[in-house]
Design a protein around this ligand. Structure first.
Ligand code: NAI
Ligand code: MG
Length: 321
């Protein structure tokens, strides 16, 4: 069967790095690519950052590869995560050999709850002086994340939370995740999220897989990006029951967009996660190893201290597949 992969380049460097990842997917597999638009550029033209045709293309595809959207990011990515029914955002942060990383021992995967918490969208301006936000935590979403976590990390994982203060919401989250882990005999260790922010840079090797509520996962994984060499290296996967969307953690990088020097590694590594998600484990490994090999001794983009172009790094990755 030929799977359908929806491709959304979006804005800024998304237009430069996504074509590299599509070439890589094309080189290792047989996919039918369906291109769709989302982001600032299409919003300027049509008034709508996420045309319904794009939403449907993503919902119908077997998987989606997304670059980044600019100012309209929240209007694009939150509905797209919903289009694939995504309940978990998988964010591996790993220091690759040869890359000048602040903490080379870092190799941690964040499993971030992807639908609720303080990103629930329930924000209100009650007066000139007062705004409020409703933090949403359900047992069902926490358990769904935990079911994924016990399969992903049968050897055990950390749960980062702040249940000592947010007893109801993070307490519910922690208890639900813990219950599922116990039922599967999977070991867990709790860590308060603020303490985690200190422990990760001091002792990154003590963490392997970390299960987090939405905001904590967003912030703490960006902290990890800083330890491994920057945003140009971090891929991510938004996994749903039947569908999934893969994207670099970074945004449109307006400071370098259009120069052809964006690092394509994060997006190509996202494509490797896409391959694994569709069951092509060997191809995913091949792609990851090609990226690792180029990072170790191949051409580099300026964010990693080199002077290569996006295309130059892309050609090197293709050449090592
Ligand atoms: P950013 O990730 O775009 O850039 C942060 C820094 O990392 C910049 O210095 C940039 O040059 C660098 N960087 C990012 N990707 C890189 C790559 N592939 N190669 C080399 N260097 C790279 O984050 P920022 O500046 O906070 O946001 C810029 C725009 O992107 C905003 O409009 C924001 O809304 C949007 N954004 C979109 C996201 C999405 O679509 N999922 C996620 C984050 C931001
Ligand atoms: Mg973020």
């Amino acid at each position: 069967m030929t799977e359908t992969v929806a491709v959304i380049e979006g804005d800024g460097v998304g237009r430069e790095v996504v074509p590299v990842a599509v070439d890589v997917l094309d080189a290792v597999g047989e996919f039918s690519f369906v291109h769709a638009e989302a982001g600032d550029a299409v919003a300027e033209r049509t008034g709508d950052p996420l045309p319904s045709a794009t939403y449907e293309t993503v919902a119908d595809a077997d998987a989606t590869l997304f670059g980044a959207a600019g100012e309209t990011a929240a209007d694009v990515i939150l509905p797209l995560r919903e289009a694939v029914g995504s309940f978990v955002n998988v964010r591996p942060a790993r220091a690759y050999p040869g890359v000048d990383a602040l903490r080379p021992e870092t190799d941690v995967v964040f499993l971030r709850e992807n639908t609720e918490g303080v990103y629930s969208g329930h924000e209100d301006r009650l007066s000139d002086d007062l705004s409020t936000l409703t933090r949403v935590t359900t047992t069902s979403a926490s358990e769904r994340l935990a079911e994924f976590a016990v399969e992903f990390a049968p050897e055990g994982f950390h749960i980062a939370h702040k249940a000592n203060v947010m007893r109801e919401t993070d307490g519910r989250f922690r208890d639900a995740v813990q219950r599922v882990a116990d039922a599967h005999d999977v070991a867990t260790e709790e860590v308060l999220m603020d303490a985690f922010a200190t422990r990760l840079p001091l002792d990154p090797a003590s963490f392997d897989v970390v299960v987090c509520p939405n905001l904590a996962g967003d912030v703490l994984s960006d902290l990890a990006a800083g330890l491994v060499g920057g945003l140009g290296l971090l891929p991510s996967a938004n996994i749903g029951p039947e569908n999934a969307l893969f994207e670099p953690v970074h945004g449109t990088a307006p400071d370098i967009a259009g120069e052809g020097i964006a690092n394509p590694a994060a997006t190509v590594l996202s494509a490797a996660m896409l391959l694994e998600h569709l069951g092509y484990d060997e191809d995913g490994t091949r792609v990851r190893e090609a990226v690792e090999s180029v990072l170790a001794d191949g051409p580099r983009t300026p964010d990693l201290g080199g002077d290569a172009s996006t295309g130059g790094v892309g050609d090197a990755i293709l050449g090592r597949l």
